[in-house]
Design a protein around this ligand. Structure first.
Ligand SMILES: [Zn+2]
Length: 348
């Protein structure tokens, strides 16, 4: 690695929303060009709750990937009453289904069918532990009495801790962590617990969202936290510790649904994630840890190979031009723009 060039194994995105139909067609290229694998979330409407639905979604994704592109979509099943222990036994070592995703009911987009009584799924967790299946968790309580900025911490204390104590060998990913408490908690647990971190939680804090003017394009779930939290997340991501890896949570919504009296949570980051990450790691003096965070740690946790194609990024003195919105028929999707000059680009 020379000073202004970076080469790493092609990264993986361990948490992405590709949606369906026209949106999927437009957003998928940003994922298959930038990443070798991506773990695709199941919160469609209706959600992916069965093997049959997962198979047809997988096929739909594959139909939109050009034959010359070496990209592996990996899927998750939405934890619901439709998941049986018999199904779980068929999923151990499945070709493309790599995890079960648990949404607390109402936590984010299309989570109305999510879990409200966690203990009622303990027999499922027991089977998952037995078959070595990964449980991905949106770790926030949804109780209206709990402040929105405290929901991750309260989830850890009241839900996650009990799951981990009951199933110490269950492989769990606490997804898109946002707080100092979450970093400390994940670090304190055994190797069965890991955490994904997004680009946006590494780059911006809640002041960017709420102070001076409100910026609806920065609204996401879990909501952005304080600068102290952001700094701890950066420390975790750049530490090289194998428990922390990239999951972008890139989540496209039409602008009309973001800029609305009842705006959606989610930020579309896939087109710029890697370039901003390179810049962040470089500026932190931790560029040698980038490959671990983006290309190795997640693959090791999910039991996937860590060899293969490499990608290069190079520094440019003149910042990159801001990317234009994506046009889909009469609607538009905006691309994450943290108002930070971007000086890195991928070498073609
Ligand atoms: Zn998500």
């Amino acid at each position: 690695m020379t000073r202004k060039n970076v080469e790493i194994i092609k990264p993986d995105d361990w948490h992405v929303h590709l949606r369906e139909d026209a949106i999927m067609k437009h957003v998928l290229p940003y994922t298959y060009k930038n990443f070798k694998r991506a773990l695709v979330m199941p919160n469609l409407n209706p959600p992916i709750t069965t093997l049959k639905k997962a198979t047809s979604y997988y096929e739909a994704i594959c139909r939109n990937i050009p034959i010359e592109i070496k990209f592996h979509p990996l899927l998750t099943l939405y934890l619901s009453e439709e998941i049986s222990t018999t199904l779980l036994s068929a999923l151990s070592d499945h070709k493309f289904i790599k995890a079960i995703k648990m949404y607390p009911r109402g936590a984010t987009t299309n989570s109305e069918l999510g879990v409200s009584n966690f203990r009622s799924y303990y027999r499922i967790f027991e089977a998952m532990e037995k078959y070595g299946l990964v449980l991905c968790i949106h770790g926030e309580v949804t109780d209206e009495n709990i402040d929105v900025f405290d929901r991750e911490k309260v989830f850890i204390d009241t839900v996650l801790l009990d799951i981990l104590k009951s199933f110490p060998n269950l492989k769990v990913v606490l997804e898109h962590i946002t707080t100092k408490e979450a970093v400390e908690f994940v670090s304190s647990q055994n190797e069965s617990l890991a955490a994904s971190i997004t680009l946006h939680h590494l780059l911006i804090n809640r002041n960017k969202l709420l102070s001076e003017k409100i910026r609806p394009h920065f609204f996401c779930a879990p909501i952005l936290k304080s600068e102290i939290d952001r700094k701890v997340l950066v420390e975790a991501a750049t530490s090289g510790i194998s428990k922390f890896f990239l999951g972008t949570d890139s989540a496209p919504h039409f602008i009309k649904d973001k800029l609305s009296p009842c705006g959606c949570a989610g930020i579309f980051t896939s087109p710029v994630t890697m370039e901003y990450l390179v810049q962040l790691f470089y500026n932190e003096g931790k560029i040698d840890m980038l490959e671990k965070f983006a290309s190795i740690n997640g693959a090791l946790f999910y039991g996937e190979p860590t060899v293969g194609e490499k990608v290069k990024y190079r520094y440019r003195n003149i910042p990159m031009k801001r990317l234009k919105n994506i046009q889909i028929e009469n609607e538009e999707i905006s691309i994450f723009d943290p108002s930070i000059d971007l000086h890195w680009e991928r070498e073609k």
